[in-house]
Design a protein around this ligand. Structure first.
Ligand code: AP5
Length: 219
């Protein structure tokens, strides 16, 4: 099963992709997480990406496409759920071309929809684990001990691009460059709009209802 999860920053893509990956045994491939790992390792990819990410701009398509193609090649044969990729029409076209060469295609596209006030509160309250990547929120999804990761015990941090002024730029970038990807997919495949303003488990159950139909074919 090959799934694309679209949605603005803070709509809950990472949170919901983890739930999809667990339920359908597919691999969660997050372009943002891979970039942050590359930055932490100070690789060429990471160095190229840093200034774009910190200002809320998109990393150039050629860097991202190469990185995500490599990640998909290594992914489990059960499939993947893409989080944060594709983010431009050019990236979506390159993804389609890569899959077509392998005789594959995207099976389902879900678009998480959340209002801007909620998005800003979610992003500015997010705390992440720099070690294992677990994500929390200071009000909505608190860790058991304040500031400490439940899973690995590391100290939680705020992402540098989660400051309010950068969040505004990320939203501008989303509307200008990523929102058109929804219509790109709508021309070829059913796109399920999911109301992501609700509680994470409610959002997940609506998504699972849509995806169960596809997973039945694969199992
Ligand atoms: P990336 O890491 O992909 O960031 P993003 O798309 O802006 O998404 P976020 O991670 O901010 O939010 P999310 O939707 O995953 O929400 P989450 O589940 O964490 O990209 C970062 C940067 O990398 C980009 O700006 C760009 O520079 C670069 N980049 C990445 N991909 C690229 C590409 N393809 N091309 C070019 N450049 C690229 O939730 C947010 C918070 O809300 C959390 O605290 C969570 O606990 C909470 N929460 C989630 N759901 C709910 C809910 N239902 N109710 C209450 N709280 C919730």
């Amino acid at each position: 099963m090959k799934i694309v999860l679209l949605g603005p920053p803070g709509s809950g893509k990472g949170t919901q992709c983890k739930k999809i990956a667990e339920r359908f045994s597919v691999q969660h491939l997050s372009s943002g997480d891979i970039l942050r790992q590359e930055r932490a390792k100070k690789t060429e990819f990471g160095k190229k990406a840093q200034s774009y990410m910190d200002s809320g701009a998109l990393v150039p398509d050629e860097v991202i496409v190469e990185m995500m193609t490599a990640a998909m090649e290594k992914a489990s044969t059960k499939g993947f759920v893409l989080d944060g990729f594709p983010r431009t029409i050019n990236q979506a076209q390159k993804l389609d071309a890569t899959l077509k060469r392998r005789g594959q295609k995207i099976d389902a596209v879900l678009n998480l929809d959340a209002n801007e006030e909620i998005i800003v509160k979610r992003i500015t309250g997010r705390r992440s684990c720099p070690n294992c990547g677990a994500v929390y929120h200071i009000q909505n999804m608190k860790p058991k001990i304040d500031g400490v990761c439940d899973k690995c015990g590391s100290s939680l941090v705020q992402r540098p691009d989660d400051k309010e002024e950068v969040v505004k730029n990320r939203l501008k970038t989303y509307y200008a460059q990523t929102a058109p990807v929804i219509d790109y997919y709508k021309a070829n495949i059913v796109v399920y709009n999911i109301d992501s303003n609700k509680d994470p488990d409610e959002v997940a159950s609506v998504m699972f209802e849509k995806l169960d139909a596809f997973s039945g074919i694969q199992r």
